[in-house]
Design a protein around this ligand. Sequence first.
Ligand code: NDP
Ligand code: HEM
Length: 503
Amino acid sequence: MAKKDTMKTAFGRPVGNDLNSLTAGERGPLLMQDVHLLEKLGHFDRERIPERVVHAKGAGAYGYFEVTADVTKYTKAAFLSSVGKKTDVFARFSTVGGEKGSADAERDPRGFALKFYTEEGNYDMTGNNTPVFFIRDPLKFPDFIHTQKRDPSTNLKSPTMAWDFWSLTPESIHQVTILFSDRGTPATYRNMNGYSSHTYKWYNDKGEYFWVQYHFKTDQGIKNFNGAEAKDMCGKDPDHATRDLYNSIANGDFPSWTLEMQILTPEQAETFEWDIFDITKVWPHSQVPPITVGKLVLNRNPENYFAEVEQAAFNPSNLVPGIGVSPDKMLQGRLFSYHDTHLHRLGPNYNLIPVNQPKNSQQLNHQRDGAMRVDENGLGRPNYWPNSFSTIQPEGKNEEPEIPLHSAASRYEFTHPNDDYVQAGNLYRNVMTMADRDSLITNILGNMAEVPLRIKLRQCAIFYLADKDYGERVAKGLQLDLGLVERLASMSQEERVAATADL
Ligand code: NDP
Ligand code: HEM
């Protein structure tokens, strides 16, 4: 039997009794001087930190990323600098809208967040299991997320809020189509792909840059639940995907993903058919064939969920030399939001929490103090810059090449040739199988049943614009007037909203 150590209080005092509180007499009231009890209750009272405002329910694991192709002509990132090079990784998968105790099998996009502990600092690829998103301007994000959470009055999830917003936001149709297909209910976290969704920038040591998108393709194969199976799983095991990830890794069955990149030169981007900074669009593979670049393997479970998974803080602005952002407005909005929310959720020194520390680099700067500063806080070294004592200094070679900008500041709408319906239609017509389409329609009908008429009509017109058959099948299923749906589809969005306002 292992040797037992004496239990101690938070301040190291040996504990004599951890079962009976100190009382005045056998049946008397508690004594204030039971400092052990007070410390224990006080700590318990503060055990919860705010859950993530989105992606609250998740599971994480450690592993590595290995480079399998030479990409040095595209990026100077050190962790991508040679074939065979391995970098430590922490991954977290999640659902989006549900609370920390919600079911893993809910219909929702899945978060696919990776932290690469590179020698040039942490690089975070904070993506989803879908290549697109519902909106393309960060100003709409809080509103969109409110529709995925609970109704302020009933405290219930509300399909009406969701479809009201989507039917008034036609650029959502591509992601809505993926969400209501069976890819909206992946069978496990291991059986889904991960996408950057956004366009990022890679730049090489000559200062040349490229626009890129990341696709982590599951080596376990895509597997999804249909709507009925997902509902069933929500009741049977609300933690099924968390359990699956943990058990697979514990049993030595390590999940892996193959990283494929789509890469465009700035010249190609100039004449590209789609706005490459519009996150509601993909780059068709026929136009930009993905190239295989590396392998992600997860092979170690965290030992403490709170310390390592709950306190993990991903951030799209954690970038390394050789990787930059694009002007994608959503991405630009995210550059603010993650650091800001971590300050609120975890505190100003969240980057000192072990899972968030740059393990293969160091924090070497002049930032000091703040709540929970628990390292040596720079000891006696200078805490200002410039100074003539320090042994650390910035090095210009780490700066990103300059970015030319020549535009007037304004609140611009997306006007680039940008049909919002074509790609959703291509997915429905050309990529989905008959069975995929049947599932999609069944899932939509199940979800839209109780939604007010004007919302059903507006949304069916949007389905119709993506694909006639798609619109007609949903309209038929909802017993709508097909002629009216067709007429609404021929109107502009503003006309459609006005025409349905009183229904
Ligand atoms: P392709 O036929 O070349 O590629 C289709 C892609 O769709 C494949 O990567 C496949 O990836 C994925 N896919 C297959 N079945 C489904 C499904 N039921 N739901 C969602 N994705 C699926 O076509 P294009 O590149 O021209 O794209 C056509 C449509 O495919 C797009 O409008 C988009 O909706 C979807 N798609 C495109 C991607 C891209 O980057 N071009 C990425 C993912 C989806 P796999 O089965 O390995 O996941
Ligand atoms: C989590 C904001 C769009 C992927 C979060 C969190 C916030 C946030 C505040 C909680 C972070 C935390 O508490 O740790 C936003 C805003 C967006 C946006 C403002 C748009 C303007 C996106 C998009 C993607 C994405 C487009 C995918 C491409 C994720 C993931 C997480 C997350 C994966 C969970 C990270 C983790 O596992 O801890 N987001 N988000 N988000 N977001 Fe976003």
